[in-house]
Write a protein that binds this ligand. Structure first.
Ligand code: SF4
Ligand code: SF4
Length: 252
């Protein structure tokens, strides 16, 4: 027992102490900054290189709900599109995920997730989530798993994943919602008692991502219910996920 205690003391406290101010390496692709005046070539070439049709013109914009952060547009546009390492790209409104030429990260962040008193009152101290992998590649699921590891330790904020939707306050959807997974997702959603929240994690869940044109999808649930929180990425980083959830439940 004494040896175990010594070992525990030697390991120290391994969780990131201040998850709100933690920064990612410069190589991480987060919020994009676009300056269309910096590129004198044909923007259609940049648009065509995007595998998920995330880029549009007039003004040049990137839909973070479709973007898989592959960096191809950054190369082709000669850095007129530049991805910063700002990882806090979670958002509560779908249209706010469209970043246009000239938009800055500060303005985006200010309006990204509206603090709602009712959400804070209900879930501010405890949020239990049921995750449904609806046909994704397992990348988003791995990052969601990492949120609960000793490093990120999301459980310290009272946010946990639970095994049964009956015990959950909301559902976290990953994957593009393959036709075969649609009934299981609907069952899980219906099994959660009201009031319940819906969180879409990753480009696949938000827009279909690289599978958006597939006939094998059934995204009917998202037509029937509101999505309360969008967390872009392919996959999103655990810091993106945890910060978005903390903002959503109104934790400082
Ligand atoms: S980084 Fe995003 S917007 Fe740019 S090409 Fe890749 S998917 Fe498209
Ligand atoms: S968004 Fe990317 S990482 Fe997540 S399930 Fe889809 S392809 Fe995989």
């Amino acid at each position: 027992m004494l040896d175990l205690l010594k070992l525990r003391i030697r390991h120290g406290y391994q969780a990131i102490p201040d998850i709100r101010s933690a920064q990612l390496m410069g190589t991480h692709r987060g919020f994009p900054v676009i300056d269309e005046s910096e590129y004198e070539g044909d923007w259609q070439k940049v648009i065509d290189v995007c595998p998920t049709n995330a880029i549009t013109k007039n003004p040049v914009s990137i839909d973070l709900g479709k973007c898989i952060f592959c960096g191809e547009c950054e190369e082709v546009s000669g850095k007129a599109i530049r991805f910063t390492n700002e990882h806090r790209v979670g958002c509560s409104e779908r249209n706010h995920l469209v970043v246009s030429s000239g938009d800055g990260f500060g303005d985006f962040l200010n309006e990204a997730i509206a603090a709602r008193r009712e959400i804070h009152r209900l879930f501010g101290r405890s949020l239990k989530l049921r995750q449904v992998s609806a046909g994704g590649c397992n990348g988003c699921e791995m990052e969601l798993n990492a949120c609960s590891n000793v490093n990120f330790d999301m459980g310290r904020f009272g946010i946990d994943f639970v095994a049964s939707p009956r015990h959950a306050d909301g559902v976290v959807i990953t994957g593009p919602i393959a036709r075969n997974m649609a009934p299981a997702l609907m069952d899980a959603y219906k099994s959660i008692s009201d009031p319940k929240i819906v969180i879409a994690v990753g480009a696949c869940a938000i827009s279909g991502g690289v599978f958006a044109q597939s006939d094998e999808l059934n995204r009917g649930l998202l037509d029937e219910t509101a999505v309360h929180l969008y967390i872009p990425g392919c996959p999103p980083h655990p810091l993106t996920l945890i910060n978005a959830l903390l903002d959503f439940i109104g934790r400082k």
